[in-house]
Design a binder for this molecule. Structure first.
Ligand SMILES: [Zn+2]
Length: 137
């Protein structure tokens, strides 16, 4: 039991937020609009908010972007890990092999490079950050 609790908390640590903000978020998450944006829990919302603010204020920590016809390769200078992002022309999406995700910091970083954003947009790919912003009423 203790092992399970410890393992779970290491994957998704708890974060405290102000009570009134928590109440507002709880109410908003019940709306159809919040659900239509893909926010199914406080964790999903806070994770997205933290991701966007870190990218905005801290900037990316990826270097050495290389692109070929089928994928990008990033060097993560914090973990010294190579990250492969597959360019899926069939689905018009980017897929991160490291995170097994269509919607991670690695993909957001690729979209933050003006030339890549331009090229991907011309190819008909949807920028995951713009999609959320344009969906607001
Ligand atoms: Zn990733």
């Amino acid at each position: 039991m203790e092992l399970t609790r410890r393992r779970k908390s290491s994957i998704q640590p708890a974060v405290k937020i102000d009570g009134p903000l928590n109440d507002l978020l709880s109410e908003w998450l019940k709306t159809d609009y919040a659900k239509s944006l893909g926010f199914h829990s406080k964790a999903s919302f806070i994770t997205q908010a933290a991701r966007e603010l870190l990218l905005k204020y801290r900037g990316p920590h990826f270097i050495g972007v290389q692109k070929c016809k089928t994928h990008y390769t990033l060097d993560d200078n914090l973990t010294t890990q190579k990250v492969k992002i597959v360019i899926n022309n069939t689905e018009s999406s980017l897929e991160c092999s490291s995170c097994d995700s269509f919607n991670c910091n690695h993909i957001f970083f690729i979209w933050s490079i003006p030339q890549e954003e331009s090229d991907l947009t011309k190819m008909g790919f949807l920028n995951p950050l713009n999609y959320v912003l344009q969906s607001q009423p």
